[in-house]
Ligand binder design. Sequence first.
Ligand code: 13P
Length: 259
Amino acid sequence: MNSPTSRRVPIVAGNWKMHYGPTEARDFAQSILDGLVAIPSVERVLCPPAISIAAVHAVTAGTGVWLGAQNMYFEEQGAFTGEISPLMLRGLCQYVILGHSERRHYFGETDALINRKTLAAFAHGPRPIVCVGERLEERDAGQTERVLTTQVRGSLTGLPIERLSELVVAYEPVWAIGTGRAASPQDAADAAALIRALLAEQYGAAAVVGVRIQYGGSVTAGNAGDFAALPDVDGALVGGASLKPDFIEIVRATARAKG
Ligand code: 13P
């Protein structure tokens, strides 16, 4: 299923994970900023660790390069030691990554929890980038479709239908993350089509036309264009390669493929 893509602005986000404290983060952001600013046809999002968001914001503010958080809690404030609320991100972050597989697997996040966070993002801003993806043993057992179906239905239920175009879903097969073994473009295309079809089941085809779907997992400057060339893939969620100037090349390859 190929959807009309004309309404969707490509989006490439760099998930820095647990790399770069405030000073390094600011310096690295500064070093890639001009390169990113020069590619305005793609939405460019930097996702530093929470403690570094303000330092990066100091250099990106007003440039059109957006910031994203890597996680947040769903409550507005209160006795939740170690957590960050959506209200605290407002004004700094346009996006928040939710349900990354590392959060699901190392920190026990469930679809129900991710759903509450996603609803909180819609209620308070920033826009959610919700991650889904199967593990290797699930793929090998032929369960990819079942896993994605459970994750999409569980984590993306009850969203405000008229605002669905604010949603970004990242298909990140766990076996492709940090392994140097990216999914094939066909795998990514199949998953993106399935995700959009599952959303259409819940919300109707018209409502989900504007939802953007990223591919993530060992994206490099060399393969980013292949993924971006897919009609149903609207950009990338990049880990390791977003810590290097290669990130600019990934954004450029995406712009070229979508151009
Ligand atoms: P890599 O690009 O390092 O494989 O990481 C992908 C990822 O997890 C982005 O969220």
